[in-house]
Design a protein around this ligand. Structure first.
Ligand code: FPP
Length: 241
């Protein structure tokens, strides 16, 4: 049973294992991604039901461009399909969508779908669903450093003003974009035990949970188990009990 008093405000998910799920079933990788998309939709709905404020998913990393053209374009086609089928539901459910990452370099129809979604949901006040697309933690920190350096060069900022808060503000999760708190909980499915360039700055004190199941098999029940695991941990933030 979940403790409603200790629900995480922000849960972030590395949706790993679509390819292995497909391989085990003897179907193309894109069938795995499609099944992953269905799993993702259920987790969005469930996060909303649980009263979680922010759900972030790692949908496409800055490294995922190395995959075959067929797989890359297939993932973006899924994104367009998702917006076409689910945008109305997102609006009805008061979900606000934000993107983490420079999505402007994605295929044109994907950029258009995303812009439509961002615009149509921008005033919603329910669950905030952050989709990391063309996202890399090091890329994000590099961009933040460049932006701060430019402000110093332009005389708008003193080097002494470069605080942790000033850096956080410049990230994709910062006040100028998604305005999301650091995730209390990061889940990576499929048994892999890495962060893979995901939310490197924001994960400083996150609790990490690694369910064994492949992402397409990650159900709302598995999600609740991961949250229960988080709730059983003692968080000390470097201090003592
Ligand atoms: C990781 O599994 C998954 C991805 C890189 C893509 C995630 C995409 C989706 C869940 C569907 C699309 C959703 C959006 C919003 C575009 P993997 O392929 O690395 O699996 P493997 O490690 O088993 O090969």
């Amino acid at each position: 049973m979940l403790n409603k008093e200790r629900m995480p405000e922000h849960v972030a998910v590395i949706m790993d294992g679509n390819g292995r799920w497909a391989k085990e079933k003897g179907v193309p990788r894109l069938v795995g991604h499609n099944a992953g998309m269905q799993a993702m939709k259920k987790i969005v709905d469930h996060s909303d039901k649980l009263g979680i404020k922010h759900l972030t998913v790692y949908a496409f990393s800055t490294e995922n461009w190395k995959r075959s053209m067929e797989e890359v374009s297939g993932i973006f086609k899924l994104l367009v399909k998702w917006v076409a089928s689910d945008l109305k539901g997102l609006i009805d459910n008061n979900v606000r969508v934000k993107v983490l990452g420079d999505y402007t370099v994605l295929p044109e129809d994907a950029v258009k779908s995303l812009e439509k979604t961002l615009e149509a949901t921008k005033d919603n006040t329910g669950l905030q669903f952050n989709i990391a697309l063309n996202y890399g933690g090091r890329d994000e920190i590099t961009r933040a450093v460049k932006s701060l350096a430019k402000k110093v060069k332009d005389g708008a900022l003193e080097p002494e003003d470069i605080t942790e808060d000033a850096i956080s503000a410049e990230l994709f999760t910062g006040v100028y974009n998604a305005d999301a708190p650091d995730p209390e909980l990061i889940i990576r499915t499929s048994g892999e035990l890495r962060l893979s360039n995901f939310l490197l700055w924001q994960s400083a004190y996150s609790e990490l949970v690694f369910p064994e199941v492949y992402w397409p098999d990650f159900t709302p029940e598995e999600f609740e188990k991961a949250i229960a695991d988080y709730q059983s941990r003692e968080r000390r933030f470097g201090g003592r009990k």
